[in-house]
Write a protein that binds this ligand. Structure first.
Ligand code: NI
Length: 136
């Protein structure tokens, strides 16, 4: 079993705001992410897959194919979008946690079809903050 990671990038806007709360409470909990008129993040996405090495290629998966899959099914859907308004099926609260799970759910079955297994989604929202999701 060996693990391999492809890094991709996208930019997106969002707002973290709980309508059931006062503006003050939203500001306290979400800080700058509660800004009413949206704001953007530069997301770095690390997709790690695991599997056995194909003796014909020496690869677990062809990273070119993995990159094409991520571009087609994830970054084309999220890049330069408003995560609250533009993305069908997105959670009401597009926190880094929820975006990572959203990406996992898209990629997991498709990476299986490629003959490997999705191991981890690692998503950086800022240089200092990232989420890891392993499917459980
Ligand atoms: Ni934010």
């Amino acid at each position: 079993m060996i693990y391999i990671t492809r890094k991709e990038h996208f930019n997106a806007a969002h707002k973290l705001y709980n309508e059931a709360w006062s503006e003050e409470k939203n500001d306290t909990i979400f800080g700058k992410c509660a800004n009413k008129n949206w704001h953007g993040h530069n997301y770095d996405l690390f997709v790690t897959v695991k599997g056995n090495i194909n003796p014909d290629t020496g690869f677990v998966v062809n990273l070119k194919d993995l990159s094409s899959l991520i571009t087609r099914d994830v970054t084309n859907i999220l890049d330069h979008k408003n995560l609250n308004l533009d993305v069908k099926g997105m959670f009401a609260m597009p926190s880094t946690e929820n975006v990572a799970i959203f990406i996992w759910n898209i990629l997991f079955p498709k990476i299986k079809e490629m003959g490997a297994e999705l191991h981890r989604i690692k998503l950086y929202e800022t240089e200092s903050n990232y989420v890891e999701y392993f499917g459980e």
